[in-house]
Design a protein around this ligand. Structure first.
Ligand SMILES: *Cc1c(COP(=O)(O)O)cnc(C)c1O
Length: 389
């Protein structure tokens, strides 16, 4: 992360923490209190930088976090994040000492896994995953006896129970029926466990779309990922979003080289683009290794001086070329917007996802690796400066 900051003069992500605050308050219109907010910050907070975001979220009053892996969880603890940290995915039972040491909460992926964890002889906190129809993690919801066994394992302290909705983003009637069925199956098992006097702890089933489309489910936590970042999974989802969310992330670069290329020359690998006249080409220092999808080759565009510049030729690993023939006064060092706003134009991550036949979540989660991040508008960082000075 610090090493990456040396590359700020190349391409960078700009993360707006005022937008984070705005999105939390928008989402809070659907939740009874901040205790119900679980921020999903897996994959380095969907590419936004988990440590910085969690500090800001704790400052805003959020005290529950979810990640996918043990390393992601440890990174947050080492950065002094105090809140609950739930690992949503599998952790190798050999690592149970780390779960204990860092006071992490492990997801129980099924009863056999719970027994193996328990055999390690080290006390840990867990949430039990229940499969209500997605068939990814959890014992089946009708496997009550197997699930009940987990509560009797002496080293596992059960602090919660959850399930995951798999079509809560889709609003046709069969998807709505299926979601209602999942919710019903989930609460049926919770009722049974309660009747048998087990303390089920925190109950949760909604992710972003679960909360947006089914806000009234009686839960203790909602696991909010994509909405926290102010983004919809797709352009189509945008129309149905009842909240007004703001994207946190912009992706900026600059022109490092301008060149004139004659008519009938080709640009880049594979010679996939041929000039139709004498054209002005700008070289931009960003490529697919920075997380930009290669599928934008010859079909996406960037913004320069508030105007669209088409991506021409194949996107390379670290660089790409754009056509700036029609942009007046264009110069080396001009700012290039790949995601974000420039004058009256904007490119949303949803546009890029649509163009690449994927969802925003995938695009965002791939951007975090090599690009340095610049944070603006954060209250936590300001407090730190005040404390230091
Ligand atoms: C990733 C994930 C979430 C967050 O999903 P969003 O759609 O981004 O809000 C919630 N729950 C689980 C189990 C997840 O894996």
């Amino acid at each position: 992360m610090l090493r990456q900051q040396n590359d700020l003069g190349r391409s960078y992500l700009e993360i707006d923490l005022q937008a984070l605050k705005h999105n939390v308050s928008q989402l809070m219109t659907l939740l009874p209190s901040l205790d119900h907010f679980m921020a999903v910050v897996k994959a380095d907070a969907y590419g936004h930088g988990a440590v910085a975001l969690c500090h800001e979220l704790e400052y805003l009053g959020v005290s529950s976090f979810a990640v996918a892996t043990l390393s992601e969880a440890i990174e947050l603890r080492e950065a002094h994040i105090q809140g609950d940290i739930l690992i949503l995915g599998y952790t190798d039972p050999k690592q149970v000492a780390l779960l204990h040491h860092y006071q992490l909460i492990q997801t129980i992926v099924d009863t056999a896994y719970a027994k193996t964890l328990n055999e390690q002889g080290i006390d840990i906190q867990v949430h039990i995953a229940i499969d209500t129809g997605m068939h990814r993690l959890g014992d089946g919801y009708n496997d009550i006896d197997a699930i009940q066994d987990i509560y009797t394992l002496s080293h596992l302290h059960v602090k919660g129970i959850f399930s995951h909705l798999c079509v809560s983003d889709t609003q046709d009637s069969s998807s709505i029926d299926f979601t209602h069925q999942q919710i019903q199956s989930f609460f049926q098992i919770i009722d049974t466990l309660r009747q048998r006097h087990y303390d089920v702890g925190k109950v949760h089933i909604q992710s972003s779309y679960g909360l947006l489309h089914y806000p009234h489910i009686p839960c203790d936590l909602a696991r909010i990922g994509i909405s926290l970042y102010g983004v919809d999974s797709s352009l189509a989802d945008k129309k149905n979003n009842p909240l007004s969310l703001k994207p946190l992330l912009s992706l900026k670069s600059k022109i490092i080289l301008l060149r004139h290329v004659q008519k009938d020359e080709t640009i880049g690998y594979g010679r996939t683009y041929q000039t139709t006249s004498s054209q002005k080409i700008a070289v931009i220092p960003i490529g697919y290794a920075d997380g930009l999808p290669r599928t934008l080759s010859n079909c996406g565009h960037v913004l320069i001086r508030g105007q669209k510049a088409p991506i021409i030729g194949r996107i390379c690993m670290d660089q790409m070329m754009v056509d700036v023939t029609n942009i007046e006064h264009v110069e080396v060092n001009d700012e290039v917007t790949i995601i974000g706003e420039d004058h009256d134009e904007k490119i949303m991550v949803e546009d890029i996802a649509d163009n690449s036949e994927t969802i925003s979540n995938e695009i965002l989660s791939r951007l975090g690796q090599r690009l340095p991040k610049v944070y603006k508008g954060g209250s936590y960082a300001k407090t730190l400066l005040c404390v230091q000075s």
